[in-house]
Design a protein around this ligand. Structure first.
Ligand SMILES: Cc1cc2nc3c(=O)[nH]c(=O)nc-3n(C[C@H](O)[C@H](O)[C@H](O)COP(=O)(O)O)c2cc1C
Length: 320
């Protein structure tokens, strides 16, 4: 199941009427949710960057949950962002650790709907005011999803709203957020991307047995490689034998590009993979390290959230 990490940026949840309700609803849901309450983890604003980065790397979906403060995040969440989205983590030459993750902003807004309008007293839409966070997601290579927010969330007894009303809106907010998350994690594209990551992580290890791979191959799979064409599970095992005689375990398949499009009864997956590997001394590469780029085209089907590969074409990218 996809993992959802929710970063709660409210500076004092004990005094919250709405963010607490949203977090409770999320934790009670059937989703695999981890809530990180920054106010209790870091009352002194000293963020444990390594712990936060580990939590984000384990996530498929990242949610920032916060009350809108001065048209932005509370200072605690901004500090978290400044510290955690560091060079070579979220950006920079090796800063691809958040790439491909789904990113939701989920916020409670005090002002009414009509104020967030060119003719209203807030002049701009909430979406416009979130542009810096949207661009942050783009720079980190994350998938920015439509923000989930709810207006009129201030409760000041006898002045603004009633507690029952804001709590009701908070429950509705949580339901909308969970439904948006489900749509993203249950989409064929998400299922296939997760599968691709697990597939190449296993290929990096080149395990002795090939069951991990064959369990996701159609019995009549067409396996077309630079080394030749192979058919069915038996054919795959023949090819796997060649691969193991060529590359050493501990290689790196880096997914540089991936697109998923419906085709026939299933989906066509197009990939560009960069393979860096040590090679076996007796192979054609004579033990020299290799760094190669290949284009892959797979035809897959999804049955009960399981991916099955029907055809698998790999061709090296060559200089034109
Ligand atoms: C310091 C501060 C700044 C705020 N700034 C805004 C704002 O810019 N726009 C707005 O609509 N509401 C603003 N509010 C209202 C909060 O968004 C609202 O109180 C909050 O979402 C309610 O969440 P809670 O019940 O979990 O505390 C602000 C509140 C505080 C305390």
């Amino acid at each position: 199941m996809s993992k959802v990490v929710v970063i709660s940026g409210h500076p004092n949840l004990e005094q919250s009427y709405t963010n607490t309700v949203i977090l409770q609803q999320l934790e009670a849901s059937a989703l695999d949710v981890e809530v990180r309450r920054l106010d209790s983890l870091y009352p002194d604003y000293h963020i444990d960057v390594a712990a936060e980065q580990r939590a984000l790397m384990a996530a498929d979906v990242i949610v920032l949950q916060f009350p809108f403060y001065w048209y932005s995040t509370p200072a605690l969440l901004k500090k978290w962002l400044d510290d955690v989205f560091a060079y070579n983590f979220a950006y920079g030459a090796e800063g691809d650790k958040l790439k491909g993750k789904d990113f939701f902003l989920s916020l409670t807004v005090g002002g009414p709907e009509e104020s967030y309008d060119p003719l209203g007293y807030n002049h701009f839409t909430v979406e416009q005011m979130l542009h810096p966070l949207q661009q942050t997601a783009y720079l980190a290579g994350m998938n920015y999803r439509a923000p989930i927010y709810t207006n009129r969330m201030v409760f000041i007894p006898g002045v603004y709203n009633t507690q029952a009303d804001v709590e009701e809106r908070a429950r509705d907010h949580a339901a909308r957020l969970m439904s948006a998350i489900r749509k993203v994690v249950e989409s064929p594209e998400a299922i296939i991307k997760k599968f691709v990551a697990a597939w190449f992580a296993e290929f990096d290890q080149l395990p002795a047995e090939s069951e991990f791979f064959t369990q996701s191959l159609a019995s009549d799979v067409q396996w077309v490689m630079p080394e030749g064409e192979f058919a069915g599970h038996e054919g795959f095992r023949d090819w796997y034998h060649i691969a193991k005689a060529t590359f050493k375990p501990g290689c790196d398949h880096h997914v540089e590009q991936i697109t998923v499009n419906p085709k026939g009864a299933g989906f066509e997956v197009q990939l560009r993979i960069r393979l860096s590997a040590e090679t076996q001394p007796a192979s054609e590469f004579k033990g020299a390290p290799v760094n190669m780029l290949v284009n892959e085209t797979w035809q897959v089907q999804i049955e009960a959230a399981r991916v099955e590969i029907q055809t698998y074409y790999v061709e090296p990218v060559t200089a034109s």
